[in-house]
Write a protein that binds this ligand. Structure first.
Ligand SMILES: *Cc1c(COP(=O)(O)O)cnc(C)c1O
Length: 355
């Protein structure tokens, strides 16, 4: 069943900045999507309204007990067209996150349609410079004013949009450095690691700060129980090129199932690579980097798409991968995936939605 979507026009539109100078997540477009859940009406009142502050009680449950989930995806411009990459997957995952936090699921089809309408209204905000895109942030949180511990009865579902420049500036891929964290953990099996919940990020910030202070850009998490198995990096999944094959940790409940991860696996298989999803012991990784079997390491997520890793600190020792240069496989997959996302190459998978 399709929803009726109200549109409230803004009196005045904002000045659009030069996206190449905009810092990630600081500029927002003229409009946002909003929708509210109540036990009486379910999700209702779907509307597109001018971007504005939210009305919130100081006792709103999300603030106190953390019922809050989000998603992240991008829209790309090609000529006058807006291209989206597998947006259905984001709302599907959002429902998995909602379900884990005892929050009401959204109607995925309605959410997609609302996003399409919002983007059509904001077409001019989708930047068309090299590596630029419009970042889309759907999020749901509990807004019932109540301090008792139980699932909230009311929720808000909003979508906001923010123009972003290339993650590493223009098209250039620069190898990043990661610190393998063996003290703090991000999540455990049975917990909420597989869900895109706000609290996972709160829990990761201290380790991120520690890694930065030690001179590394990102954290690589090990499993939360034995702290022996490789899980993922900050807000990216991780891949290794080992003996010419692509290897990534298998999903186990504590790893976030990235849409970029899944797409890279499908794309790589299509291109004829052998892809393996397995448990990766950190000691084996050390041995394989040392012995030259692991020739490339890269992170994969919506923000950077592919982020080559040139240096890893494992248990206090620095290991350099591929001479701290961007590897062939990383570049090959980056080019193919971004060509599909930006509409520069045919999409054999039916991943791209064109508006
Ligand atoms: C969002 C996210 C990813 C990457 O997922 P994509 O769908 O590829 O953007 C990886 N790890 C974590 C912890 C995340 O939150």
């Amino acid at each position: 069943m399709s929803q009726t979507l109200q549109i409230e026009r803004a009196n005045e539109l904002k000045h659009k900045p030069d996206v190449s100078t905009v810092q990630f997540g600081t500029v927002f477009t003229d409009y946002m999507f909003t929708n509210r859940y109540t036990p009486e009406y379910g999700w209702s009142g779907a509307s597109i309204v001018p971007y504005q502050n939210l009305q919130l009680s100081p006792s709103a449950q999300a603030i106190h007990y953390g019922q809050s989930v989000f998603e992240g995806l991008k829209a790309y411009k090609q000529g006058d067209d807006i291209l989206l990459f597998r947006p259905d997957q984001n709302f599907k995952r959002m429902n998995e996150s909602l379900s884990r936090l005892s929050m009401p699921e959204i109607n995925e089809e309605n959410a997609l349609n609302a996003l399409y309408e919002l983007l059509k209204l904001e077409r001019d905000w989708v930047p068309d410079g090299e590596g630029q895109s419009l970042y889309i942030r759907p999020f749901v949180f509990a807004d019932e004013p109540f301090l008792g511990v139980r699932p909230s009865e009311t929720y808000q579902f909003n979508i906001i949009l923010s123009p972003v420049g290339g993650y590493y500036g223009a098209t250039q891929l620069n190898p990043t450095s990661i610190y393998v964290e063996d003290d703090f953990v991000r999540s455990v099996r049975g917990g909420v690691g597989f869900a895109k919940v706000s609290g996972n990020y709160a829990a990761s910030l201290l380790a991120q700060k520690k890694a930065n202070e030690l001179g590394y850009e990102q954290v690589l998490w090990l499993d939360g129980v034995e702290q022996k198995y490789v899980e993922e990096v900050g807000s990216m999944n991780i891949f290794f090129v080992r003996d010419g094959e692509l290897v990534t940790p298998q999903l186990n409940g504590s790893i976030l199932p990235g849409i970029t991860r899944k797409s890279i696996i499908e794309l790589a298989k299509y291109k004829g690579y052998t892809v393996k999803e397995e448990k990766i012991h950190i000691d084996d990784l050390v041995e394989d980097i040392h012995g030259g079997r692991v020739t490339e390491v890269f992170g994969a997520g919506t923000a950077a798409v592919i982020a080559p890793v040139g240096k890893l600190n494992i248990h206090g020792v620095d290991y350099i991968v591929n001479d701290n240069q961007v590897g062939e496989v990383s570049l090959d997959l980056f080019n193919d995936l971004t060509d599909i996302q930006y509409g520069r190459k045919e999409d054999p998978f039916g991943w791209v939605v064109r508006l």
